[in-house]
Design a protein around this ligand. Sequence first.
Ligand SMILES: NC(=O)c1ccc[n+]([C@@H]2O[C@H](COP(=O)([O-])OP(=O)(O)OC[C@H]3O[C@@H](n4cnc5c(N)ncnc54)[C@H](OP(=O)(O)O)[C@@H]3O)[C@@H](O)[C@H]2O)c1
Length: 169
Amino acid sequence: MPVLTLLVARALNGAIGHANRLPWHLPEDLAHFRRTTMGKTIVMGRRTWESIGRILPGRQMVVVTQEITPLPAGVRRAASLAQAIADNANEDELFIVGGARVYASALPIAHRIVMTEVELTPPADVFFPKPDPTDWQELSRVPSTSVNGTRFSIITYERRQPPACADKT
Ligand SMILES: NC(=O)c1ccc[n+]([C@@H]2O[C@H](COP(=O)([O-])OP(=O)(O)OC[C@H]3O[C@@H](n4cnc5c(N)ncnc54)[C@H](OP(=O)(O)O)[C@@H]3O)[C@@H](O)[C@H]2O)c1
């Protein structure tokens, strides 16, 4: 079973997306995403795949969908999060990169959350919950300011108790 890491950028009001796009432009977070996932397997929902709209070089991409969505060669399909995990059982770590629906399935079984806390309160139509301190221990917090003036912190959380079983997803 690989370590499951949720990689998410969340605003102070919980916002993570609006009209199938990110609600902000934060080049430093995109660079952080690229650095963190390079050489790794990333798992995303079909709407996030459509939002990204291209193959991300250097990453093995898995799209969770129950539709026969056409996917380019090299992008893998999984019918559920549990299937995505089972198909990648030999990996050390899987990065779950959204969106809201995939995060909701993955949160009960994730081991780590790497969250960019964006100090904005934008309008949004998809949200991510604030990690409950009963379940999640903050390991590190690195504050920063974007070139465009937006303040953000990269926070790593680790689950306090072993996660639930992946079969339930
Ligand atoms: N801030 C961030 O870090 C971040 C990261 C990623 C995405 N986002 C944002 O999140 C939004 C997209 O999120 P979303 O919740 O609308 O969509 P999503 O989770 O990206 O995709 C939803 C689709 O994925 C499939 N799916 C997801 N979970 C599944 C499961 N457990 N089992 C089977 N199929 C599953 C289904 O596809 P089918 O309908 O094809 O079966 C479902 O309709 C966008 O606004 C995007 O910009 C934000």
